[in-house]
Design a protein around this ligand. Structure first.
Ligand code: ZN
Length: 305
């Protein structure tokens, strides 16, 4: 009698375990969560087939306004590592604590560790005024004054990659050799990208460019360019500021106003029309980091003389 029960028990357990052992390729992989898509690329380049990456802010969304879904919180609860940008990106300022509360055991990587942070460059005539709270605008950036867009300089990207690499080997030292080889190969690619961008922009005598959302501060500093923002403290410029921008564009020989897919292009269109120029979209959040950065350098080069 007892033996019968035991057998039934064992066969039940077996049935259950067979039922559960469907081939699951992501099972042995380390689940890594990142805030923005370029970080997803960095993690994949180093982690290869040992990682399974999820991006919190999906393509096309702005990390300045995006809110996580309940499904994403479930994903985080299963993760082994989280890579934050570590700068005042609203998504992290507002949501990171809540996101992390679903999983206190995962490895936290601050991608910005060791990066020299710069201030957000805004030219406006009311410096020092306290920023008003407005929804769906870039707010906290400016309250803190730090430019959050560190990933848009290949030099910074290399530091981010090193930080991610350290995180991976600290939770999976068994595969250190694999991660090291991958990391070194990708660092080489980033160095080549840096050289190529320098080359692309080298012969330009007019080095100013106008852009709606000024996410290219680190890039501009790195390549000795001047970024002229259209947006003012995360808001559409006033009529007076637009008049000033038009004048500035004319003085600087600006023919192209850059805008990004995540933001309105209305005021960029207005300025472009007035100077007989055009609006060109560039993205700061593409997953394919190297290809996108090359594309941006080409677009800037084509816009400058
Ligand atoms: Zn931004």
């Amino acid at each position: 009698m007892r033996r019968g029960f035991l057998l039934i028990g064992i066969s039940l357990l077996l049935a259950l375990s067979i039922g559960c052992s469907k081939p699951d390729t992501s099972k042995d992989k380390i689940k890594v969560i990142v805030t923005i898509a370029p970080q997803g690329e960095f993690v994949e380049k180093i982690g290869g087939d040992k990682v399974d990456v999820s991006v919190m802010v999906p393509p096309g969304a702005s990390p300045h306004i995006y809110e996580p879904t309940p499904n994403q919180l479930v994903e985080v609860s299963k993760a082994g590592m989280y890579v934050k940008v570590g700068t005042p990106v609203e998504f992290e300022l507002i949501w990171l604590d809540k996101v992390l509360s679903t999983n206190r055991d995962m490895e936290m990587v601050d991608a910005s560790a060791g990066i020299e942070l710069a201030r957000m460059e805004y030219k406006h005539d009311h410096e020092g005024e306290p920023a008003e709270h407005e929804e769906h605008e870039e707010e906290a950036d400016h309250q803190q004054g730090v430019d959050p867009h560190i990933w848009l300089s290949p030099k910074n990207a290399k530091i981010m990659v090193e930080n991610i690499y350290k995180g991976l080997i600290s939770i999976d030292s068994e595969n250190e050799k694999y991660y090291t080889a991958n990391k070194e190969a990708y660092i080489k690619e980033l160095s080549a990208l840096d050289d190529e961008i320098k080359q692309t922009l080298s012969a330009k005598t007019n080095r100013s460019f106008m852009v709606y959302h000024p996410s290219w501060g680190y890039f501009a500093r790195e390549y000795n360019l001047e970024q002229i923002p259209v947006e003012e403290e995360g808001k559409e410029p006033t009529a007076k500021s637009i008049a000033h921008l038009i004048q500035q564009a004319k003085e600087n020989g600006v023919k192209v106003i850059f805008a990004s897919p995540q933001f309105s292009t209305k005021s960029a269109e207005v300025v472009a029309k007035e100077i007989g120029g055009r609006v060109v979209l560039i993205s700061s959040l593409e997953r394919d980091y190297i290809a996108n950065m090359k594309k941006v350098a080409e677009a800037l080069s084509a816009a400058m003389e």
